[in-house]
Design a protein around this ligand. Structure first.
Ligand SMILES: NC(=O)c1ccc[n+]([C@@H]2O[C@H](COP(=O)([O-])OP(=O)(O)OC[C@H]3O[C@@H](n4cnc5c(N)ncnc54)[C@H](O)[C@@H]3O)[C@@H](O)[C@H]2O)c1
Length: 345
């Protein structure tokens, strides 16, 4: 089996990994663009989307990749070395399981699957396969701001960690979005970052809600998640998906001897009419452009810094506890089963 970044025995030369992209919407098209023009050692070998016109558009933009009529034929095709799943959340499980059955590496966009039960089935299948094939698209693990924060913490620059304050805002969400989606689809990034930054599990969660914004179309928005880790660090996450003014993600880590702030102020500022203004992006793609590129390059190189299937499972377990806490207004424990040997060390 060819893994991303490996050279087939005996050929000697560098290998271009042929990626099959399933789902060519906003994220799939963006990943295909990066694979085509910004990542070395890879190209888009094939695409599939239930929307054929979208698939054809991305295939053309990727230099003439094959358009498949059947996603499972793409996964098993000899001309596809690895698969990138960027279709809607509910479709992830079937595609990722098919990749494991075919023995092909797969980068699956977050969430790994919408429910902990579905994620557990994926973890079980990969553990049964016996080696890691799955990477989950928690790209913030590659954002230079977050990696710097983790490095400074590990180097002891701010002493022992106490609290992490997170802000996650989008300009607008579709009206009628269930309140749980703010957790499972948006705040799930912070749930992963807390586990990755502190290297320990979240053991208890609570979700508080102020009165809903009049702009939120009936959604319980904003929300404030409070997460407690095994060692007693507290992380809060303000998630506000109808903040109107732009897309913004930032956070501050408070330690016993200092703090680290992650922010991404744009380099350009406009001074006019008594204001000194900086432009904010409209969505996540400009904010995390470098993280997406580094995530893909790491995957193609086989460097293995991405989130595992276990990480995807754990984030979804925490998200489900948060959804339960949102419904009950109570604090909820988070219970993870023992980690399979495949993911230890
Ligand atoms: N990592 C991140 O920052 C980030 C950001 C946004 C979205 N996402 C995730 O990426 C995935 C795609 O999100 P998006 O914003 O691109 O959504 P999108 O709606 O723009 O694209 C989804 C695509 O999947 C296609 N599709 C639907 N059912 C399919 C099926 N059965 N098989 C193949 N294709 C199918 C749709 O036609 C559409 O083109 C989601 O899982 C989402 O949660 C991740």
């Amino acid at each position: 089996m060819l893994r991303p970044g490996q050279t087939p025995a005996g050929t000697g030369g560098p290998t271009v990994t042929r990626i099959g992209v399933i789902g060519t919407g906003v994220m799939g098209a963006d990943h295909a663009r990066l694979l085509t023009g910004a990542v070395s050692g890879a190209r888009v070998g094939g695409v599939f989307d239930t929307d054929g016109a979208r698939a054809r558009g991305v295939a053309t933009a990727s230099g003439g990749a094959r358009v498949f009529a059947d996603p499972y034929a793409l996964i098993t095709d000899d001309g596809i070395d690895a698969v990138l799943v960027a279709s809607s959340d509910a479709t992830h499980e079937d595609y990722v399981l098919a990749c494991v059955a075919a023995g092909k590496p797969v980068l699956c966009e977050k969430p790994l699957a919408p429910s902990a039960a579905a994620c557990a089935r994926i973890v079980e299948a990969e553990a049964g396969h016996g080696s890691r094939l799955i990477t989950v698209g928690f790209m913030r693990r590659f954002d230079p701001g977050y990696t710097d924060m983790r490095r400074l913490l590990a180097a002891g620059e701010i002493g022992a960690p106490l609290m992490l304050h997170n802000v996650h805002r989008n300009p607008a969400a579709v009206p009628g979005l269930p309140g749980s989606a703010l957790i499972t689809n948006s705040a799930v990034h912070e749930l992963d970052i807390v586990r990755w930054l502190f290297g320990e599990e979240i053991v208890e969660v609570a979700v508080h809600t102020p009165r809903a914004s009049a702009q939120a179309g009936g959604t319980r928005d904003p929300q404030l998640l409070v997460l407690r880790t095994e060692s007693g660090v507290l992380a809060d996450v303000e998630i506000f998906v109808n903040a109107r003014y732009g897309y913004e993600v930032r956070c501050e880590l408070v330690g016993e001897a200092g703090t680290v702030t992650v922010d991404a102020p744009p380099p350009t500022s406009l001074r006019r009419g008594g204001l000194n203004a900086r432009t904010l992006p409209g969505d996540w793609r400009p904010r995390f452009a470098e993280a997406y590129r580094l995530e893909l390059q790491d995957w193609i190189d086989g460097a293995g810094a991405g989130a595992t299937a276990w990480d995807g499972f754990a984030a979804t377990v925490v998200a489900e506890s948060c959804v339960a806490a949102l419904a009950s207004g109570q604090r909820h424990p988070v219970a993870l089963p023992p980690m399979p040997a495949l993911y230890r060390g």
